[in-house]
Design a protein around this ligand. Sequence first.
Ligand code: PLP
Ligand code: TYF
Length: 394
Amino acid sequence: MFEDLQPAPADKILALIGLYRADPRLGKVDLGVGVYKDRDGKTPVMRAVREAEKRLLERQDTKTYLGLAGDTAFNTVMAKLAFGPGADLSRIRAAQAPGGSGALRLVAELLKRTRSDATVWVSDPTWPNHMPVMRAAGLRIREYPYFDAASGAVRFDAMLAALRTADSGDVVLLHGCCHNPTGANLDAVQWEAVTDLIVERGLLPFVDIAYQGFGDGLEADALGLRLLAAKVPEMVVASSCSKNFAVYRDRVGAAMVLARDGAQADVAMSQMLSAARAMYSMPPDHGAAAVRIVLEDATLRADWEAELEEMRLRMLRLRVAFAEALRRQSNSDRFDFVASHRGMFSRLGLTEAQVERLRAEHAVYMVGDSRINVAGLPEDGMDDLAKAVVSVLD
Ligand code: PLP
Ligand code: TYF
């Protein structure tokens, strides 16, 4: 049966986990997979999540099925987290999903059922999993220009020009904040312009928000999503709790839809749940229940927000320190964009060969497109790292 199968290509980001672990060199640096790390290179369970888990353990008196939508109270708090605490939820529905990836797939399945010939426009570059997830649902993909590698900035005019050629009903996938892999983001004025274009051309915005709280703050990071929600008749959202609640392996996310009215929202929700039923039936409960407890309890929520803010500020400090070290070591402002980018990632603009040399000669691990995970930058070894980067440039 399996004799004609060829091995599937590895996930290049996840493959780095094994490569890094197997490297015996002392002082190796892990800037690979997008997982937050503290000063000691650890990814701890967040304090409020730990407390919520204790309460779950003490108080949960059954593990019977919850239903296709998972924890409905979780769905409500997730909608408020994305759309805003005071948002009118009457046209919004949310379905708990296995991680942001599960949410992306659920939304993709909904899009396929709504419009079987839909084209999804994704940024060039984008998170490499966007393509297989959209394709698995049978959707077509096109790219819009996004990133200028030389300056580290968004190619905004080129992005708008491409989206102007999209057909009415096409879908535009946007990173809500903290663009992965580039770290280059739209500012408020640019979000307004994209929103106007989307409304004018009758496009459907699809916001993937996987790093809310890692960029400019919990509310600020939802600015683009909320600008859109205020103006468009319909939109879809995939959100993830993997990073901002550090519940990666527990698989927590939500697929959301904003429809023209409540009745259409109910129909869209029923289609998402029917798609869930055909893929995995019901999402895993534990992590979502812990997130719901944190978000519903004022004290736990305040502690979560404080810890998240510490993480965000640490990444900002690391950005500034690395940009300064690169300036010293390269005698140029070529890498200054590292300090102005936001989120977990920046793309340094190295070639695959240069990235490979960093791994072979300096035990520095980053994704092949030269994406670095800022949280992995060594606080006490910035100049050594910057020196290594500069050494592979020529
Ligand atoms: N979308 C983007 C852009 C991501 O970087 C990630 C990865 O964390 C996700 C979605 C979803 O991740 P997960 O399925 O682990 O929640
Ligand atoms: O981009 C990253 O590093 C994170 C983690 O298949 C990730 O989003 C990477 C690959 C993958 C799933 C998650």
